[in-house]
Design a protein around this ligand. Structure first.
Ligand code: ZN
Length: 158
């Protein structure tokens, strides 16, 4: 974990707090969600979707995969003698705690997407996941690409 991957969802969550109110939505008989304009309201027409639609399901699966790869790549990096930068070595070396942090990061990202969905920011909702996957994957590749640390030989050694 070499990049502050949790920052983007937090930023998006924070920016969503000052966003407009939640639009009132209604579900049509065919299962799609319609805006007030299609149901007789006075708001401008907004095409929206269910939160757990196919695209979000794939994006959230991608987040899960990226977090799992981050867990794996970070532990690999630690086994090769590299130092954790974002968290402490102690946290990363405590595998259950580190796994919990990875799950928490994924849950925070999904939560931020949900807040954005509920406030009508559907493109930003997708971009939170896309950016999370992208940044995490770059960090994962970097973790695996780091040179193995070789400690300097001691003065009294052979
Ligand atoms: Zn949405």
């Amino acid at each position: 974990m070499r990049f502050p991957k949790f920052c983007l969802p937090l930023l998006c969550f924070a920016t969503s707090c000052w966003a407009g109110g939640t639009p009132t939505l209604a579900q049509t008989p065919d299962g799609t969600i319609a805006s007030p304009s299609t149901t007789g309201g006075i708001s401008p027409q907004v095409q929206t979707h269910r939160f757990w639609d196919r695209e979000n399901a794939w994006l959230f699966a991608g987040i899960g995969a990226a977090r799992a790869l981050d867990y794996s790549s970070t532990l690999n990096m630690r086994r090769r003698g590299r130092q954790e930068i974002l968290l402490t070595n102690w946290v990363v070396d405590h595998h259950a705690l580190f796994a919990g942090i990875e799950v928490g990061g994924a849950a925070l990202s999904v939560g931020a997407s949900y807040v954005l969905h509920r406030t009508g920011h559907h493109q930003l909702e997708r971009w939170v996941s896309i950016m999370h996957i992208g940044l995490a994957t770059v960090g994962d590749v970097r973790n695996y690409s780091l040179q193995t640390a070789h400690p300097a030989p001691s003065a009294g050694g052979p």
